[in-house]
Design a protein around this ligand. Structure first.
Ligand SMILES: [Zn+2]
Length: 435
């Protein structure tokens, strides 16, 4: 066992102000005895050099070494002031790297936050790796992640704002689906905020507390054609141009195609789509952009429609979807207007109820749809990419129950800039004792 802590000891442990005095592997875990390098201290009250009064051992878990869990046994010093006139008797040493009553070192907590927040690892997996409970990790994520999310500069410089609804909890037998609204910086593709619900009030509350200058800098707002949002925007963002972006319009059209397919399946087969059903088998092809279909896919699509769509309603809906896509693909606003007229004529002429309903929605949002072309195609590949990220966080969260945890994890994954982190790399070798 080493006694004289040199710089080398603390470098090997990599924990500021600590040195290793003993190391062994028990039950496949590293057990490291550590102490601080502060062998002499003065009394905070009178400055007299303190005398070692006692030691008390506290155990905390630290980052794994070479994949093996690590338990630190910190032999904490209790100091005593020997000056008889001093009011101070004894005190226990403290450090910022291991907080009082902590289960984990601060760097392990920071690393836990990085893995859950930046890499979207499941909380349970990180808890297992560090040998602690789920709640300990989630607390670490909250403690280390909240300052990143609360950093006011995180919201700086937004010119194009996107609004998007996403389901937070799917409906159960007892409760309806719960929704949240994501607010997105469209230029940089980052998530600015997640608010509970998809109502006007939810968005309004968030916009209502933004500084006037921040709101004034926003020139474009892209949204989901969901009525509630628009009126919220008029109050705070009346000056901005509102756009229904490509992503959301096509998503609406795809939903329409799906509705028609399901109805036709039900009517022709008497049951919901099953694997061998011809329309069910082409359900994804129906939603694929026409120009992306290979010859083989086109043939499969035609065969599926021939077999499962006797009245041609699904084919008609599919054509309607493609005509709406043409509005966005058009070269400039006047060509887009012509494409829109073709879409209306088609929807009006064929009389498929789901398509007629889509046409009514499109008419309501016509100006915002055409505005897509006057905002330089304010695009929402960004929103789409973010939606995929959000889905990933939801998957690893196995269905969130707690909105604030959900919000925190989404913002940590899609909304903050992470500094390059080096503690994980620091410790790939085994600890060596202080010589
Ligand atoms: Zn003293």
């Amino acid at each position: 066992m080493g006694q004289h802590g040199g710089a080398s000891g603390s470098i090997l442990l990599g924990l500021d102000g600590f040195e290793v005095t003993a190391a062994e592997i028990i039950h496949d875990e590293w057990r490291l005895a550590v102490q601080t390098t502060a062998a002499t201290v003065g009394c905070a009250a009178c400055g007299t050099q303190a005398r070692l009064h006692a030691r008390r051992t506290v155990r905390v878990r630290d980052l794994p070494i070479g994949g093996r869990p690590v338990v630190l046994a910190w032999r904490k010093r209790i100091w005593r002031c020997v000056e008889p006139a001093c009011a101070v008797r004894t005190w226990t040493e403290q450090t910022v790297v291991i907080r009082p009553r902590a289960v984990l070192t601060e760097r392990a907590r920071a690393e836990a936050c990085r893995r859950v927040g930046k890499d979207a690892h499941p909380v349970a997996a990180v808890a297992r790796d560090l040998g602690v409970g789920w709640a300990t990790i989630m607390r670490a994520v909250a403690d280390h992640g909240t300052p990143l999310v609360d950093d006011p500069t995180r919201l700086d410089g937004v010119a194009a704002l996107g609004l998007d609804e996403t389901s937070f909890l799917k409906a159960t037998r007892l409760a309806p689906t719960r929704w949240v609204t994501g607010l997105v910086d469209l230029d940089r593709g980052r998530l600015l905020e997640v608010v509970a619900d998809r109502t006007r009030a939810a968005v309004d509350d968030w916009l209502g507390v933004r500084p006037r200058g921040w709101l004034a800098d926003i020139t474009t707002v892209a949204l989901d054609p969901w009525r509630g949002y628009a009126s919220a925007l008029v109050v705070s963002l009346g000056h901005a141009r509102v756009v229904v972006d490509h992503f959301h319009a096509i998503r609406l059209a795809n939903m329409m195609v799906d509705q028609v397919r399901r109805r036709v399946q039900q009517v022709t087969l008497g049951h919901r789509g099953r694997k061998p059903d011809p329309l069910y088998r082409i359900r994804k092809l129906l939603l694929t952009a026409a120009e992306q279909l290979t010859q083989r896919a086109q043939a499969r699509l035609r065969a599926g429609l021939a077999a499962g769509d006797p009245a041609g309603e699904v084919a008609v809906a599919w054509q309607g979807k493609e005509l709406l896509r043409a509005v966005y693909a058009a070269d400039g606003a006047s060509k887009a207007r012509q494409a829109l007229a073709r879409f209306y004529r088609w929807a009006h002429g064929v009389g498929v109820p789901e398509l007629s309903r889509l046409a009514r929605t499109v008419r309501t949002w016509e100006a915002e749809i055409l505005a897509f072309h006057s905002t330089n195609g304010c695009s929402n590949g960004r929103t789409e990419a973010l939606n995929l990220l959000i889905k990933k966080v939801k998957r690893v969260g196995h269905g969130f129950r707690n909105f604030s945890n959900y919000r925190l994890r989404l913002l940590l994954y899609c909304g903050v800039t992470w500094q390059t982190h080096w503690t994980a790399r620091l410790r790939s070798r085994s600890p060596r004792l202080v010589a």
